[in-house]
Ligand binder design. Sequence first.
Ligand code: SF4
Length: 229
Amino acid sequence: MTKSITLTIDGQEVTVPAGTTIYDAAKEAGIDIPVICYHPHLSANGLCRLCSVDVGWRVQAAACVTQVAEGMNVNTQSEAVRRGRRTILEMLASTVNLEEAPEILAHLEAYGADKTRFNGGEKRTAPIYDDNPFYLRDYNQCINCWRCVQVCAEDAQYTFALSFNGRGFHTQIGTFMGDGMPDTTCVFCGQCVGVCPTGALKPKRQAMLEQGLSPDEIFQQTRRKRKKQ
Ligand code: SF4
């Protein structure tokens, strides 16, 4: 029989099965913890730390990966928690282009984040990769949430076309040795595009529509050309 754990979240007593994460326990109690890298159908890695909450430890705990414990007292909205979230969002806004990331923009608004706070800081820049007929990769909009890598790997597709290149601040999602997408194991299933929260991965047809191309022009440019017999 699964052991039950009782804890307190924002003053509310909650009982959940052992092994439940703080994020899921809070959800069970009707308390929303903000997330960016977390996706309900993918493995959680606690990368973005936006879901960090106060559990009385020296450092805050990432709710998406931290399991509940008996008697735990969780505060999801303390001043320190809100300040941490605000700073994470401000750093993201200074580093990458979030114009097509509506969920993150909503978090910026909700936490009163100042998009210009770190103006002048280094940006993570990259060329736009337009190397296949199906989708574009604009890593100027990428927050390294890892969702595309996970969905391409063990979480769904088992294709392993995506990984990362570089280190530290310059870490960037990419392909093995920077190969063009058609030269990788990619099967163009579109799952990475589907889970990308920022518009960094975009269907080429959508991009062309946004550029004002007609459906005929788009069809001409994105359909597979047959070889002449
Ligand atoms: S391309 Fe999109 S899904 Fe992949 S890491 Fe960047 S933001 Fe996340």
